[in-house]
Design a protein around this ligand. Structure first.
Ligand SMILES: NC(=O)c1ccc[n+]([C@@H]2O[C@H](COP(=O)([O-])OP(=O)(O)OC[C@H]3O[C@@H](n4cnc5c(N)ncnc54)[C@H](OP(=O)(O)O)[C@@H]3O)[C@@H](O)[C@H]2O)c1
Length: 238
């Protein structure tokens, strides 16, 4: 698959690297330095190169949108027409200092994004996992029991594409089809809460052991359970 990375930071850089190593053709785009994009492409040790959002969008079978919420308009202005394109978004609708959600409760970042690019096929994925765990999950992908990752969207084809990418990273794609729109709405809130808990937890750990200890003690496998609980709460509250 040809995968364009829109935003090559913590999430985009790591996911793009993993996608390239899984055999996809990756184009890293949208960073403040072209050198950084080239370095990512070199170090991916797969089929990867640096490019522009417009080049990536033209050629891509799938685009990963991985920029801060405040940069979405800018990056979308650079991609050109996204009609029919699969856009996998991990971007959370956070305010400038990442202290609060700017979209929640009655809508979600994914739904807002779908309104901005109505002809694209938006699917929300990877927004519940911290970037710190991605390489570790990828390294343990041969284990028989994989960690689940919730993803959601309204387009069947784009969800199939997202599911393939999720598997390539090392997760087991999990979708609660009957709660898609609720999931879309609660996911950012859930992730925000999770990120806060994760951050607090990390403070108590030796930096070298953060990933493994956090996985073991905090439990990434709790992700779908927490998400489902949140959906239940969401349905009760709204
Ligand atoms: N990090 C996580 O653990 C995590 C987890 C789940 C969801 N998310 C969501 O995923 C999205 C991306 O997060 P992230 O942590 O990967 O962010 P990040 O590391 O800051 O990456 C954002 C990318 O956008 C680029 N960028 C920012 N301003 C730019 C500008 N003016 N011109 C060109 N490029 C610019 C950055 O360039 P530089 O590389 O030059 O800085 C970077 O490559 C966010 O919406 C976040 O909420 C993050």
């Amino acid at each position: 698959m040809r995968v364009g990375i829109l935003g090559s930071g913590l999430m985009g850089g790591k996911l793009g690297t993993i996608f390239a190593r899984a055999g996809h053709e990756v184009v890293f785009t949208y960073a403040r330095s072209n050198e950084k994009l080239k370095k990512l492409a070199r170090e991916a040790h797969g089929s990867a190169r640096a490019g522009t959002p417009s080049e990536a969008a033209q050629e891509a079978d799938a685009l990963l949108l991985a920029v801060h919420w405040s940069r979405i308009e800018d990056v979308l202005n650079q991609t050109g027409d996204l009609s029919g394109k699969v856009v996998v978004t991990c971007s959370l609708p956070m305010n400038d200092d990442n202290t609060d959600l700017v979209v929640a409760h009655i809508s979600s970042g994914a739904e807002e994004l779908a309104r901005m690019i109505p002809k694209a096929r938006v699917v929300s994925a990877f927004n519940t996992v911290p970037s710190e765990v991605l390489f570790g999950v990828n390294q343990s992908k041969s284990k028989s029991r994989r960690l689940s990752l919730v993803y959601c969207g309204d387009d069947k084809g784009s969800k199939a594409v997202a599911a393939e990418l999720i598997r390539d990273v090392g997760f087991d794609p999990m979708i609660n089809a009957s709660a898609v729109s609720a999931t879309l709405k609660v996911m950012p809130r859930f992730h925000h809460e999770l990120a806060e808990r994760f951050a607090k937890f990390k403070l108590k750990l030796h930096p070298q052991k953060t990933f493994t200890s956090a996985l073991r003690a905090f439990g990434l496998s709790l992700l779908p359970i927490c998400a489902l609980e949140d959906i239940v709460r969401f349905r009760r509250d709204y």
